[in-house]
Design a protein around this ligand. Structure first.
Ligand SMILES: Cc1cc2nc3c(=O)[nH]c(=O)nc-3n(C[C@H](O)[C@H](O)[C@H](O)COP(=O)(O)OP(=O)(O)OC[C@H]3O[C@@H](n4cnc5c(N)ncnc54)[C@H](O)[C@@H]3O)c2cc1C
Length: 284
């Protein structure tokens, strides 16, 4: 197995985070099991990473084992009728292309989300009131003792930007879509993508929305109403275009982002009595 030293800065879209000594991309399930055994023997914590598009990683790095399931064996995709089966390392845009090319509708809301299937299932990624969990038939997982099983959607516990899959390593999943017209699928994708391009801010490294939307409305709207657009903590800044985005403007550190998250949460609580909850995963 090819163990590498790496840095969390390289592995996350925020481009933040320190060094790691044990990074590995297993070639198959047997190598994944070996990596888990290594971590167990060395008493190291295991972190699984996908595209790193929803993680704030610590500046000091991590001494644990970081696993990314991106090798060919975890990136297979196949379509049979209206069922799409894919590995956890498949990027959402590839999943969506496969659906569109097979005339399958229902996944269009995923367009532009820069994650992989594994991370998207953990987060129940989505938009416009929908989450990827709604498309799931079943999920292939490995537990941290190396046992593989298939679990049904009903026990995955999908909820708004969350699931109960955290205790597993996602190997892949099967999704059920509906037959649709390719032209209508393309038009819906275009509509969602246009909206995303207009509203989001990809000018600098980020992890998408920092906070979940509270029941009272959009988190961005409350942050904006507090006058926090453009607010800075060293290299981290609240986007001028989308108040729920924090950008890594100038070599931001995790501690700068955390300070800004704290400041924004306090201000929104003070002004509106609303407790914002982070959507992103903060690794420690
Ligand atoms: C510009 C931008 C726009 C975004 N827009 C949206 C949006 O519209 N909607 C939305 O929901 N999200 C959005 N996101 C956030 C993010 O893209 C999604 O949450 C995405 O699904 C995360 O997938 P990932 O592969 O990057 O996961 P990662 O960020 O790598 O990981 C997320 C979590 O999943 C775990 N994980 C990852 N892979 C596995 C696996 N195989 N097994 C077990 N655990 C795993 C990690 O440990 C971590 O806890 C956006 C992000 C960016 C940067």
């Amino acid at each position: 197995m090819n163990w590498q030293k790496s840095s969390l800065k390289k592995l996350t879209t925020f481009k933040i985070g320190g060094k790691i000594d044990h990074f590995v991309e297993p070639r198959d399930e047997s190598e994944l099991r070996d990596a888990l055994l290594f971590a167990k023997c060395k008493r190291k914590k295991v972190f699984v990473i996908g595209a790193g598009s929803n993680i704030l990683a610590p500046d000091r790095g991590l001494s644990g084992v970081i696993i990314r399931l991106k090798a060919a064996d975890f990136s297979k995709i196949s379509v049979k009728g209206n069922v799409i089966e894919c590995g956890s390392g498949v990027y959402l845009n590839r999943f969506l292309s496969a659906a569109k090319n097979s005339g399958l509708t229902g996944a269009e809301f995923l367009v532009g989300i820069p994650g992989m299937i594994g991370g998207a299932l953990i987060m129940n990624a989505g938009g416009w009131g929908k989450g990827i969990g709604g498309l799931v038939k079943d999920i292939r997982i490995m537990d941290y003792n190396g046992r593989v099983k298939i679990i049904k959607k009903s026990i995955a516990g999908f909820s708004y930007r969350n699931s109960k899959l955290n205790r597993y390593i996602i190997l892949g999943a099967r999704f059920i879509l509906k037959k649709g017209k390719k032209s209508a699928i393309s038009a819906t994708i275009k509509k969602y993508l246009d909206y995303r391009r207009k509203s989001q801010d990809n000018s600098l490294p980020n992890v998408g929305c920092i906070f979940k939307n509270p029941a009272q409305g959009s988190a961005g709207m409350f942050i904006d109403a507090c006058g926090l657009k453009g607010k800075r903590c060293a290299g981290a800044v609240v986007s001028e275009r989308h108040a729920n985005f924090i950008l890594n403007a100038r070599g931001a550190k995790a501690k700068d982002v955390l300070k800004l998250i704290d400041l924004v949460s306090h201000k929104v609580k003070e002004e509106f009595g609303i407790k914002l909850e982070p959507e992103i995963r903060i690794w420690k």
